[in-house]
Ligand binder design. Structure first.
Ligand SMILES: Cc1cc2nc3c(=O)[nH]c(=O)nc-3n(C[C@H](O)[C@H](O)[C@H](O)COP(=O)(O)OP(=O)(O)OC[C@H]3O[C@@H](n4cnc5c(N)ncnc54)[C@H](O)[C@@H]3O)c2cc1C
Length: 383
């Protein structure tokens, strides 16, 4: 299975080849957004892969979508700038009304609108999402939002955001996962009119922000699905997100392994290529084995997802294995470049920072271990 999809791979590789390493390096150095790269991916239709044909997308499966993300990272790019556009619309597609789908999906598919952002995380509650404090209170034909979010990505390069807020207080619901709702926020209307954005400078060139809500008004027709069911809707989208991010890590992993393998064949110290030493070979070989194994789990998660079968365990395990494998590959790559690994011009330090993120976001490895312990192995719930 891993050898198929050559047509997609070739086409994405050809597009990525028009954005050489210098392009991504400059964007990183300038802490800029890869606007031209994202536009090119959008115009070629790649970011609309998961949107059904009836709404203007290409109606491909998660497997094909994951190949696209993998190839971007394998070519030295960073899908983190645009992966939200690929999977955030799934929430709208699965739970939105017909009117919402017709209003937004064709424009998202054509690139006229970007739905790059999803606002879930809050500063005081972290991973304990059911405790979120941002509220949306119905007043007439509007919801009025107050509260705060943190680490909300791509808001400055998106037109729309999906927002999770509590519509019924925690004390009034039977289950803590009830009483939260999701909304489509039109960012151009919202910013400066009840919503403020404060960028968070961070280790990666990842546009991410604190959001402050002070009586932001959202029209009631922007509620997605049923009021109070928002947390379930968010969870429904996580398997696709995790599997796509696993594929990005696989792309990173192969990038690091190719890069370091080429380097250690050429770099001569003590009169022979450093790659002739087993102390150099083994960590690279080990990382390669781990990336290949993670790749199998990624394709298994894709296969189940596309067959509409439960895939929570596989999606989580794929994300865990791939994030770990790409990090092992990153360490080997940096280590065997010696001092040169730290020089920006080799791109290793940039990719090293980028791939490190995936053990923390969008879900930390500990929370995946906890999911597997509880939901796969049936161990007692720990929190
Ligand atoms: C660059 C970046 C971009 C992001 N983009 C978005 C975005 O677009 N939208 C959004 O909503 N969020 C986003 N996030 C937030 C991200 O999803 C969270 O940072 C992540 O889920 C971890 O939550 P936290 O930071 O609140 O960590 P906390 O919940 O405070 O946890 C800290 C650490 O403690 C450990 N931990 C916590 N609880 C447990 C437990 N019960 N058992 C074992 N270990 C535990 C974990 O290892 C975790 O890493 C982004 C984060 C970053 C860094």
């Amino acid at each position: 299975m891993t050898d198929s999809y050559e047509e997609i791979r070739d086409a994405v590789r050809a597009l990525c080849a028009t954005f050489p390493p210098e392009y991504h390096r400059k964007v990183d150095e300038d802490r800029a957004y890869p606007e031209a790269f994202v536009d090119a991916l959008t115009e070629a239709g790649w970011l609309a892969a998961l949107i059904p044909e009836e709404f203007g997308g290409s109606g491909l499966g998660l497997t094909e979508a994951s190949v696209i993300m993998e190839e971007i990272n394998r070519a030295g790019g960073n899908s983190g700038a645009c992966h939200g556009q690929m999977y955030n619309m799934g929430t709208l597609l699965r739970h939105g009304s017909e009117a919402q789908k017709l209003k937004y999906l064709p424009k998202i598919a054509s690139g006229e609108l970007r739905l790059q952002s999803m606002g879930v995380t809050e500063p005081t509650t972290g991973t304990d999402t059911t405790k979120i404090k941002t509220t949306a209170v119905k007043k007439g034909d509007r919801y009025v939002v107050n509260g705060q979010k943190v680490w909300i990505s791509r808001v400055q390069h998106s037109d729309l955001m999906i927002l999770l807020a509590r519509t019924t207080p925690l004390t009034e619901v039977k289950k803590k996962s009830h009483g939260m709702s999701i909304f489509i926020v039109d960012l151009k209307d919202a910013i400066g009119n009840g919503m403020d954005v404060k960028p968070i400078p961070n280790m990666v060139n990842h546009e991410t922000n604190e959001l402050f809500f002070d009586n932001l008004e959202i029209p009631e027709e922007n509620l997605i699905g049923e009021e109070g069911m928002g947390f379930k809707y968010i969870l429904d989208g996580l398997n696709a997100e995790r599997t796509l991010i696993a594929a990005e890590c696989i792309g990173d992993g192969y990038w690091f392994i190719d890069k370091v393998s080429d380097y250690v064949k050429e770099r001569t110290v003590f009169g022979r290529p450093i790659g002739q030493n087993q102390g150099v070979q083994f960590p690279i070989a080990e990382a390669h084995i781990e990336v290949e194994a993670a790749n199998l789990m990624r394709f298994e998660a894709c296969r189940l997802f596309d067959a509409k079968q439960p895939c929570g365990a596989q999606a989580n395990m794929a994300k865990y294995l791939a994030a770990k494998a790409s990090w092992e590959a990153a360490n080997a790559c940096l280590q065997f470049h010696g001092g040169f690994g730290f020089a920006n011009e080799y791109d290793v330090e940039r990719k090293f920072r980028e791939t490190r993120l995936y053990q923390v976001a969008p879900i930390s490895t500990n929370l995946i271990l906890s999911y597997v312990a509880e939901h796969v192995l049936g161990l007692p719930r720990s929190f």
